[in-house]
Write a protein that binds this ligand. Structure first.
Ligand SMILES: C[S@@+](CC[C@H](N)C(=O)[O-])C[C@H]1O[C@@H](n2cnc3c(N)ncnc32)[C@H](O)[C@@H]1O
Length: 227
């Protein structure tokens, strides 16, 4: 077994970085992802697990729509911040669990939904495939995986052109967004994979992809049903 903390991205373990994380990454509207679950029949009685929850931007919103939300992250600093927020908002149906994609043990009945955003790329592909298999096993048949990540939707020969274009939109101030150096570090040290590798991994884990939405050639979102 790998040490998931060693792959988690050192910045995600650093309390100072975590404190500025929301400002740096922005405040993506969770409505589209919540609606993707609702469209598949999840509601006030449903259970949803958010893997790699970070500061819980999705998990906090999900706890207002679904019956039970389990927010999982390998980083103690991320979870400490989320626990504080959940307590401040009086959310009783949000559990925080310190664990990783490869170590989280789902207790109780299988989940109705699993969400994960911008976290699966922390794992190399072999481990990503195992993580997807573990996700399939924690879901009931017909359960929903909503996966968002930085996924490379291009052929290897296009890499230089796509990355050059990406870097044009980098932030200048690291407190306000992801800089060119952040992007370079992502490419060098993290494990975003090609779309044409990820989709067979989803199929091998027993998922049917019912929707795939890509923004440009780098950011993808999937709704998948556990068959
Ligand atoms: C870029 S942040 C995204 C956080 C959140 N999902 C969001 O979209 O705002 C990546 C998160 O994944 C967590 N992480 C990294 N490796 C992980 C693993 N193996 N298992 C679970 N969480 C992991 C990090 O600690 C961090 O909180």
């Amino acid at each position: 077994m790998i040490d998931e903390l060693a792959y988690a991205g050192p910045e995600h373990l650093d309390a100072a970085f975590v404190a500025g994380f929301d400002r740096k990454q922005g405040y993506p509207d969770p409505a589209g992802d919540l609606d993707a679950f609702t469209a598949q029949g999840l509601g006030a009685d449903s259970s949803v697990v958010d893997l790699g929850t970070g500061t819980g931007q999705f998990a906090l919103a999900a706890a207002r729509r679904f019956g039970q939300v389990t927010a999982v992250d390998v980083s103690p600093a991320m979870l400490a911040l989320l626990r504080e927020r959940a307590a401040g908002q009086g959310l009783k149906n949000l559990d925080c669990v310190r664990a990783g994609f490869l170590s989280y043990q789902h207790a109780g009945p299988p989940a109705d939904g699993v969400y994960t955003r911008h976290a699966l790329h922390q794992l190399p592909d072999f481990w990503k495939a195992l993580a997807l298999d573990r996700i399939a096993r924690m879901l009931r048949p017909g359960g929903v995986l909503r996966l968002r990540d930085l996924i490379y939707d291009f052929r290897p020969a296009e890499t230089e052109d796509v990355f050059r274009e990406w870097f044009r939109y980098a932030a200048a101030d690291p407190a306000e967004g992801y800089t060119g150096e952040d992007y370079a570090e992502h490419i060098r040290t993290e494990f975003s994979t090609f779309r044409w590798l990820l989709e067979p991994m989803l199929a091998a884990a027993g998922f049917e992809i019912v929707a795939a939405e890509f923004e440009g050639r780098l950011y993808g979102a999937y709704t998948c049903i556990r068959t």
